[in-house]
Write a protein that binds this ligand. Structure first.
Ligand SMILES: [Zn+2]
Ligand SMILES: [Zn+2]
Length: 830
């Protein structure tokens, strides 16, 4: 018989499957659909473990679903716009387009080498004009529906990459650029934003989707919803006694309006526009010096909890609207212009930071919430702020009101807000940490923002019949820091769609997260030119049933794509509350040293070399076997040998009959049949719950049992044939090539194994004759008993209590309690 040579069989089957269109996903109303989506790779140039690790089991699971009768859509594509292409262009003098398409060619070859069931007719590449045509079109729809707007705003800017960065692209305590590690600086630019905040509340609702708890928590914290009130404080200056005009109503958001009576000062962010207007001549020098030092610090430093709080008095005052007290206005760097209104009311008795600040600068501390059953709080002697629930004191007519401090549901807070509303000094409000999505990038290699600016008419979208607005190929890279689109001699010149006069195009391009917000829709019909997708394809395939990918996208892509779907739904373009029903995140494969794989560490292992040496089946199954998928772990270069051995022994098991033995006993045949059906049951369950390592170990175990059974004469029986048949069908999901070769070529069964159905578990055959049950005495394992599988609870109890090891503890007395937990455990309580 032939040897197992993956190098020969793998390319052979890949070519045949592709030629036969085996994995073509076409609408078929007679079958249930299953849209299995795996996060699309960025066109970095090489397929690495970050791709193989999530994709291998995702492919295996899609195959399992396929064998269970589902019509599977398992597409793939490339996230192809973005900075690295442009950086390569600058460094190596290659055009970003050329660099990107070369990488795609290589990665496509590597992806095909995995033997995954991708339908390549549905490949989507985000940098192709047939794709970004619709990214532009979506931008226009968002603009038309008031969800895209322009705003001057301070943005994080990487001086090295010469581009603005989204909040999530700034990393670490030192706030460096995610791409090049350069510390970021602030810069004011006119930018395009999407109104993600319009959907903040809806994004907090996960009722209709099965997403990991951890992702839900990350998104919930990122959105950061808090309930409270907006309160207006009139501002006065030292010189005047009356209330000054216009600019001088200071609005603050507070989660504790019930503590308003204890607000003894206000704090503005040093950058707050009001600072200049209220600062008195005496305080001017100190305020300006403070502003300079604050500007040098990062937001993270400024917000650090353990940082010493500093500040400067402006000389200005505000009126506390609840009691008309004149309270000083300070500036302090722990208040941020980018969060809330850039101003806070300070209640030192009930807020940690305000307390430290007040103690340091000798500001008044007035307790207004009294914890029940405690000695009465005294501002002079308090050692820390009290932020819990209690009864309002020092609060005039509100005295005696109980407040929990927890949101609008609290009756005390409702009472305070109602009173503020009556006075015209405030209203109920909700605050979010979530900011609108800044999508402008001062870069070339991105989808153009299809907007035109006219001096007379302002901003108008490019007429839709003129899309796609193509990126020009003839651009130059000059070390000016300006986008090549801005420097292009003609590209930006156009005519106004409204008045026909001369006008200019927007030269910024879109954040690439815009492209990846809707790629799952383009997969539906990448050939389609009349719209972003064909309706009948959408109706059949959407929503995505299972989405697999990394948790690092929790607060970026995974929020953006939900926002995008919801915004489109409100325009009547998509349907249903969510785009992806089930999400599962894999862990990460680290280098052999336990650190993240990176070129600079020199701990990168190349999948290509391993595929060359052992084959794709070995690598796929090893990655599934060696780690709990959700956890990941460090690479072990020796570990793969074990998996290779298993595949080789599988090969031998099927291709060689071994020495002919006398036919096995009925008991032998019963045992192997039981093992087969138990394994089948277990593998089916594990596929449903994304436990892949136990699938491989179950198959390994079954193979060992099959060797034993053959030794005992099982070969040649119908039980043996069934065992081989079921084993290969299961193997087909995880090691598609070797399974096909054994099934089709060696055993001559009908092509293809991947068109076979998933076997049915014979529950009767899977039943154990006997079961082993551990016995605990007072929660400690003391013994094990073996009983018939159909033993009653009473029989199990009697057997357990009769054991010598148990008797020893009973000392002749009856036990207090005997618990038989589902025939899996007996616990005896003395
Ligand atoms: Zn950078
Ligand atoms: Zn015009």
């Amino acid at each position: 018989m032939s040897d197992y040579i993956p190098k020969e069989i793998e390319p052979k089957w890949q070519a045949k499957w592709e030629a036969d269109g085996l994995y073509n996903a076409d609408i078929d109303e007679s079958r249930p659909k299953h849209y299995a989506l795996t996060m699309l790779p960025y066109t970095s140039g090489d397929l690495h473990f970050g791709h193989w690790y999530p994709m291998s089991p995702s492919d295996a699971r899609a195959r399992y679903k396929r064998m269970n009768g589902y019509n599977i859509l398992f597409p793939i594509g490339f996230d192809a716009f973005g900075l690295p292409a442009e950086n390569a262009a600058i460094k190596k003098g290659i055009h970003p387009k050329e660099w990107t398409y070369k990488n795609i060619e290589n990665m496509r070859r590597q992806l095909k080498g995995m033997g995954a069931m991708f339908d390549w007719r549905r490949e989507a590449i985000t940098c192709g004009p047939e794709y970004y045509h619709w990214t532009e079109w979506f931008f226009i729809q968002l603009f038309k529906h008031g969800l895209a707007y322009r705003k001057m705003s301070p943005v994080d800017f990487c001086p090295s990459c010469n581009t603005t960065l989204a909040r999530e692209q700034v990393w670490g305590d030192d706030r460096h650029c995610e791409r090049c590690d350069t510390p970021v600086v602030k810069k004011d630019l006119d930018q395009w934003f999407f109104k993600t905040t319009n959907y903040a509340d809806e994004l907090l609702n996960f009722d209709t989707i099965d997403w990991p708890e951890r992702v839900q928590v990350l998104q919930t914290n990122w959105i950061g919803r808090s309930e409270g009130a907006e309160v207006q404080f009139p501002v006065i200056s030292e010189q005047s006694t009356g209330i000054t005009d216009n600019y001088s109503l200071l609005t603050v958001f507070t989660t504790r309006p019930d503590t308003l009576w204890g607000a003894t000062f206000m704090v503005l962010a040093p950058e707050h526009p009001l600072v200049e207007k209220i600062t008195t001549p005496e305080q001017k020098a100190a305020v300006e010096a403070y502003q300079v030092q604050a500007a040098r610090q990062s937001d993270i430093d400024r917000e650090a909890v353990d940082k010493e709080k500093t500040g400067v008095f402006t000389g200005g005052y505000a009126i506390n609207p609840v009691n008309n007290a004149r309270i000083p206005i300070w500036i302090a760097d722990y208040v941020m212009m980018t969060y809330g209104t850039g101003a806070i009311m300070a209640v030192p008795a009930h807020d940690e930071r305000d307390f430290a600040f007040a103690r340091k600068y000798g500001l008044k501390i007035i307790p207004v919430i009294q914890p029940e059953g405690e000695p009465r709080l005294d501002g002079n002697t308090m050692e820390a702020a009290y932020s819990g629930p209690g009864v309002m004191i020092n609060s005039a007519q509100m005295d005696g009101t109980f407040v929990s401090g927890k949101g609008h549901a609290d009756a005390g807070m409702q009472k305070v807000i109602a009173w503020l509303v009556g006075k015209g000094s405030g209203k109920a409000a909700v605050s979010y940490k979530l900011r609108d999505w800044l999508i402008s990038r001062q870069r070339y290699w991105g989808a153009p923002i299809p907007m035109i600016h006219c001096e007379k008419c302002g901003w108008n979208p490019v007429p839709e019949d003129q899309l796609p607005l193509l990126l020009p190929d003839d651009v130059e890279w000059k070390p000016t820091g300006e986008s090549p689109l801005k420097l292009h001699p003609t590209w930006k010149n156009t005519t106004c769609p409204s008045c026909g006069g001369p006008a200019e195009r927007e030269t910024d391009t879109m954040d690439t997260f815009m492209c990846s917000s809707w790629y799952h829709l383009r997969y539906l019909s990448p050939w389609y030119n009349e719209g972003p997708f064909e309706q009948k394809e959408y109706d059949y395939w959407m929503p995505v049933d299972t989405y697999t990918g990394g948790i690092e996208h929790a607060t970026m892509h995974l929020i953006y794509t939900r926002f995008f779907h919801k915004a489109l739904r409100d325009m009547g373009i998509t349907e249903g509350p969510e785009p992806m029903l089930q999400l599962r995140n894999q862990g990460m494969i680290l280098g052999e040293d336990g650190e993240k794989m990176s070129k600079s560490r020199g701990n990168v292992v190349s999948p290509d070399a391993l595929v060359g040496e052992y084959g794709a089946d070995a690598l796929r199954t090893y990655l599934m076997f060696a780690y709990r998928w959700q956890d990941g772990g460090p690479w072990d270069s020796k570990g793969i040998e074990g998996t290779v051995r298993w595949l080789r022994r599988t090969w031998i098991l099927v291709t060689e009959t071994g020495e002919r033995k006398p036919l096995g006993s009925p008991q032998t045949l019963k045992v192997i049949r039981r093992k087969v059906h138990q394994t089948l049951k277990r593998v089916s369950r594990d596929f449903e719950v994304f436990e892949f390592n136990t699938i491989i170990s179950s198959l390994m175990e079954l193979m060992n049992e099959m060797y034993k059974a053959r030794e005992a004469g099982a070969y040649g029986t119908s039980e043996w044939d069934e065992a081989i048949d079921i084993y290969l069908r299961m193997l087909a999901t995880v090691a598609p090539h070797i399974a096909e070769e054994l099934w089709t070529e060696i055993l001559g069964k009908p092509y293809s194994v991947h068109n076979q159905s998933w076997p049915q578990v014979d529950e009767e055959a899977a039943k154990e004759d006997e079961i082993t049950i551990p016995i605990q005495v007072n929660g400690k394992l003391r013994d094990r008993i073996v009983v018939p599988a159909d033993a009653s609870e009473e029989e199990i109890k009697t057997t357990a209590l009769a054991r010598e090891a148990v008797q020893k503890f009973l000392e002749g007395k009856p036990p207090r309690k005997v618990i038989v937990a589902q025939k899996r455990l007996v616990n005896i309580v003395l």
